[in-house]
Design a protein around this ligand. Structure first.
Ligand code: SF4
Ligand code: SF4
Length: 289
């Protein structure tokens, strides 16, 4: 099984649209994972039926038993994350700010504080026309998205048998969620746009990805909006020996497809043809067919 993740240096580059197109073009059955848990939009472009869901708990958070608390304030003074609030003499923990360090548990003279699981999100397993898809919703304020990405990947790989490929939509950027998404994958397709900041983000992303045993491919989206910058991106890719598998033009048909909630490859348009060509190159180099 070939495991391919689609990533980008920042959000809004067309990464999810390209991922949805890949899943549309590759012969099934495949596994699909939406690892962009902070902006999980892949399911919006892939018709699916939810099969099951389960709660996700990341770090344990502190909780105060009011009956035992005598209001000494030691927990609030010693919480360096300012996660403990006091209102009208009642001490409570703000779970958004609690980092689960456990200092307050140790310091409370009344043993009034205990650590416990806190719901950070929900993981879903759904059926699409191409195979099973795992995806998730992260609760607002939860800081455990790297852990959730790992769980989303495990949710799908635990269900896969002899599928040829796992296609994952990765998070943007170079943070913990992206590292979690890239880890253990065979290849990463980086989707970038031709701009100064896009090139800068691309360079940072490539440096991060080089820390993994992973093949890299590049797609330049809306390449025709800034031909000069596209050339710089291609020169950088050449220097880094990263194959540019696709240059996708700006195309109103892509916007229309997203509005309809379908991958652009369901329609014939210049962008759709460029995505098909990129897929053909990827399929050949990754021996997907
Ligand atoms: S340290 Fe314990 S007893 Fe003191 S305010 Fe905090 S929870 Fe209450
Ligand atoms: S566990 Fe740590 S971060 Fe959370 S409330 Fe206690 S001291 Fe603050």
């Amino acid at each position: 099984m070939k495991k391919i993740v689609v990533i980008s240096g920042k959000g809004g580059t067309g990464k999810t649209i390209f991922t949805a197109s890949l899943t549309d073009l590759i012969p099934g059955p495949i596994g699909i994972a939406d690892c962009d848990v902070e902006a999980a939009n892949l399911a919006l472009l892939l018709e699916h039926v939810d099969l099951r869901s389960r709660p996700f708990s990341g770090l344990e958070k502190a909780g105060i038993t009011q009956d035992l608390c005598v209001g000494c304030g030691l927990c609030k003074i010693n919480c360096r994350f300012d996660a403990i609030e006091c209102q009208d003499g009642e001490y409570t923990v703000d779970p958004v700010h609690c980092e689960g360090c456990g200092v307050c548990v140790d310091i409370c003279p009344e043993k009034a504080i205990v650590m416990g699981p806190m719901r950070d999100g929900t993981i879903y397993l759904s059926r699409t026309s191409k195979g099973l898809m795992s995806h998730a919703e992260l609760c607002a304020g939860s800081g455990t998205s790297g852990l959730l990405v790992d769980q989303v990947k495990k949710e799908i790989t635990g269900e896969m048998g002899d599928e040829k490929a796992l296609i994952a939509d990765g998070p943007p950027g170079i943070g913990c969620p992206t590292i979690s998404a890239v880890s253990g994958m065979d290849a990463a397709v980086i989707v970038t746009e031709p701009s100064v900041s896009g090139l800068h983000d691309l360079e940072r992303l490539v440096r991060m990805a080089r820390g993994f045993d992973i093949r890299l491919f590049l797609v330049i989206n809306k390449y025709d909006l800034e031909p000069g910058m596209s050339k710089k991106v291609e020169d950088y890719a050449s220097k880094e020996k990263i194959p540019v598998i696709g240059c996708i033009p700006f195309d109103q048909a892509v916007v229309d497809a997203v509005r309809k909630g379908i991958p652009p490859t369901r329609q014939d348009s210049p962008a759709s043809q460029a995505i098909r060509s990129a897929y053909d190159k990827l399929a050949e180099m990754m021996e997907l067919v």
